[in-house]
Write a protein that binds this ligand. Structure first.
Ligand SMILES: Cc1cc2nc3c(=O)[nH]c(=O)nc-3n(C[C@H](O)[C@H](O)[C@H](O)COP(=O)(O)OP(=O)(O)OC[C@H]3O[C@@H](n4cnc5c(N)ncnc54)[C@H](O)[C@@H]3O)c2cc1C
Length: 401
């Protein structure tokens, strides 16, 4: 019996995937940092111990991979660069990739809606890698229909400040973040209305904020937390953008988050496939490598096709979003997210089957890919809602909900 491989050669990229020079430079930069700082053992350790690899995050930031092309004032869109960084991270250091999806979203929101003081206080340290943020939208009563479910309230006082009370659920990195972006209802319109919700940016150390870690099956190297806000006083200058228009502001940047979530999911699929193929070439049964059996080979091929298709969709969406004036291309971003989430789950599923019992071994990464791939079937938006969106906006069918 051959022993299971613990190191995995990367699959050769296909000719159609030739990166533009800019994208190739970004990819090479991420790979340099990963080659220097990441080992399979280190990834397994952080997953096992549920610890965040802050050192890796700092190295990525030092290599300019949070900032990318962004300046405090004025910048060109960076979707292609962002998805490239995130695909590379998704293929191994997945939890760090997930945390960077949130940082990129913060950059986008602060850039689009922050005034100059807010950019100096919050965006500058974020870009430099000196601070990390969390994005607190989801609540215990709902993530998909969050406007209706939202019970968190910010009440305006006579001096213009707000008092925040409520709960948020599943907030990535919230215990150790330097600041939080929080959505809260400020005006009672009707419960389902997306108006009447305001976005605040506030230091995590503000009195009245408590976080409790949640034990999750995947993305274990990035802690998720419940947050309770109890009479948290927020000065008026921490309103980000327009009062009562916060949810609309978030919706305007969600496309970028879809692209970025898709990139991590794609990376997960690629990492899983690379490991599965290496294993299938090495492991023998009936005197042949198990990859010689058509039952497995065809499934590996199907996963490879899904990954390749998702990557082409993703890069097309990122490129057209970079070129468009109004931000990410909504339908293409939605399609890319759906394709990538399926590529991630398909590749990690066949990976588990190719490895038989060895897939269950905690010290090998396949089970981690299998668990982590689930995240982007429902975040930042569930695949069902993505289908609803494409059905309505792209196919022109009646809204299904
Ligand atoms: C690891 C992890 C990290 C996360 N990080 C963050 C974070 O940093 N910040 C944050 O704010 N949130 C975060 N979330 C929350 C995440 O965004 C939500 O879980 C997600 O939006 C889904 O919401 P829900 O879990 O409440 O599911 P629900 O909204 O309760 O949905 C349940 C099911 O109903 C389906 N459904 C609902 N409405 C429809 C419809 N109209 N048509 C078809 N199907 C429908 C959904 O697709 C889903 O299958 C995170 C979650 C996890 C687990």
């Amino acid at each position: 019996m051959t022993a299971p491989p613990t190191t995995t050669p990367a699959l050769a990229p296909f000719a159609t995937l030739a990166d533009t020079p800019d994208v190739a430079e970004v990819r090479a930069r991420v790979r340099r940092v990963l080659a220097e700082h990441v080992t399979p053992e280190r990834l397994a350790e952080h997953d096992e111990n549920e610890t965040y690899d802050l050192e890796l995050y700092n190295e990525l930031a030092a290599a300019g991979l949070i900032r990318l092309e962004t300046e405090i004032d004025g910048r060109k869109a960076a979707h292609q660069s962002q998805v490239t960084v995130l695909e590379e991270l998704g293929a191994g250091a997945t939890s760090v990739g997930v945390s960077i999806v949130v940082q990129y979203m913060g950059v986008e929101l602060l850039h689009s809606f922050g005034n100059s003081a807010q950019r100096q206080e919050f965006l500058a340290p974020l870009l430099a890698g000196d601070a990390r943020m969390s994005f607190a939208l989801s609540e215990p009563d709902g993530g998909t229909d969050v406007a209706r479910a939202m019970k968190t309230r910010a009440t305006r006082r006579a001096d213009g400040s707000y008092v925040l009370n409520g709960r948020k659920k599943w907030i990535g990195g919230a215990s150790t973040a330097n600041f939080l972006l929080v959505l809260a209802r400020t005006t009672e319109i009707e419960r389902s209305s997306i108006d009447g919700i305001t976005m605040f940016i506030l230091p995590r150390s503000t009195p009245g904020i408590t976080t409790t870690p949640i034990d999750t099956m995947g993305i274990r190297a990035l802690e998720q937390a419940d947050i309770v806000f109890e009479d948290v006083v927020i000065p008026a200058e921490f309103v980000l953008g327009e009062v009562d228009r916060g949810f609309r502001q978030v919706l305007a940047t969600l496309n970028g988050e879809r692209l970025n979530g898709a990139a991590v999911a794609l990376g997960i699929g690629r990492g899983a496939l690379e490991h599965a193929v290496a294993y299938a070439k090495d492991r023998e049964a009936f005197g042949r490598p198990v990859g010689a059996f058509q039952a497995l080979q065809h499934e590996l091929v199907d996963a490879a096709v899904k990954i390749e298709s998702a990557r082409l969709l993703l890069h097309n969406a990122a490129r057209t979003s970079d070129e468009a004036e109004g931000g990410a291309n909504e339908t293409l971003s939605a399609m890319a997210k759906l394709a990538a989430s399926e590529a991630g789950t398909t590749a990690s599923d066949i990976g588990m089957r190719v490895m038989g019992g060895w897939g269950f071994l905690r010290q090998l990464p396949m089970q981690r890919y299998f668990r982590d791939a689930r995240l982007y079937t429902f975040a930042p938006l569930t695949d069902e809602m993505i289908r609803n969106y494409i059905g309505e906006k792209h196919l022109g069918l009646p809204r299904s909900y």
